[in-house]
Design a protein around this ligand. Structure first.
Ligand code: URA
Length: 265
């Protein structure tokens, strides 16, 4: 019995050390559930794979982790969603650029915080600003169909934008606005740790690849952001305006599917 208790104490200490090291490294993405991170056609429905929300309590401050580990009680296991909660908390009621004045909602991001696949768009439009969720308008409906064509659901992937607030009249984001939001996109990527990113349109593609060639030439060419493969492709809003480009976009998405399959995810 004493042996067993000793083993349990050693196991608990080992887990605590591991989680503390991850927390110090800013890796807050540990799930309690042994869930595969992506659903494919023919697998269980996406909801069956998701960690029930009730199982985890959001942390609001990195110090919460220290407090949690300071006690002798069983350490709670944080979820990747907590990492995103911390990034969202840091963004707060953002006033870092002039877009704050006209916005209704900050549009942070949506989907699986542990997704293998991340889509990064440009910035919220009127529908997204009204609802506080990315890609819910006409372009969003097309994006949802594109995701479904990849045998995935919106809930399987993570979706966000370069800028989190709607520019007036849906104009292009300006450099100071992109610069103000960039650290938050970077943190979202760092927390989610996607295996592949799809950059939708020139703003996401230019920011994530560091290349400023036209999207017509950039698309379909696999690039990297901090070691993560990035596939630049057309923005769904552009595809709504020019349907003849849909074949190229589908080609790019099939490349992404092949890459994920090659990675075994
Ligand atoms: N276009 C984008 O780039 N993002 C959205 O969220 C909606 C439309």
């Amino acid at each position: 019995m004493e042996d067993l208790q000793g083993e349990l104490r050693a196991l608990t200490a080992g887990i605590r050390t591991h989680l503390e090291a991850r927390a110090r490294a800013g890796l807050l993405g540990v799930s309690r559930a042994p869930c595969p991170r992506m659903n494919r056609a023919g697998d269980e429905p996406a909801n069956a794979l998701a960690t029930p929300a009730a199982e985890v309590q959001p942390l609001t401050d990195p110090a919460d982790l220290e407090t949690a580990f300071a006690s002798d009680s069983e350490p709670p296991l944080p979820h990747a969603g907590h990492g995103l909660t911390l990034v969202r908390a840091e963004l707060g009621d953002c006033q870092r650029c002039k877009l704050a004045k006209g916005r209704k909602h900050i549009v942070f991001g949506t989907g699986n915080p542990e997704a293998h696949l991340m889509f990064v768009g440009e910035g919220p439009g009127a529908d997204e600003d009204a609802q506080g969720e990315p890609f819910v308008g006409a372009a969003g409906q097309l994006l949802t169909k594109m995701i479904q064509a990849m045998h995935l659901a919106r809930e399987d992937v993570y979706i966000c934008n370069v800028i989190k607030c709607r520019p007036p009249g849906n104009r292009d984001p300006e450099p100071d606005e992109v610069a103000a939001c960039e650290p938050f996109l970077k943190k979202q990527i760092a927390v989610v740790q996607p295996r592949v990113i799809v950059a939708l349109g020139k703003f996401a593609a230019h920011l994530l690849t560091g290349e400023h060639t036209p999207i017509t030439r950039l698309r379909g060419n696999l690039k990297h952001y901090q070691g993560i493969p990035v596939m630049p492709t057309y923005h769904p809003a552009f595809l709504l305006r020019d349907e003849s480009r849909k074949g190229e976009a589908w080609h790019d998405l099939k490349e992404v599917m092949a890459l994920l399959k090659h990675m075994g995810v």
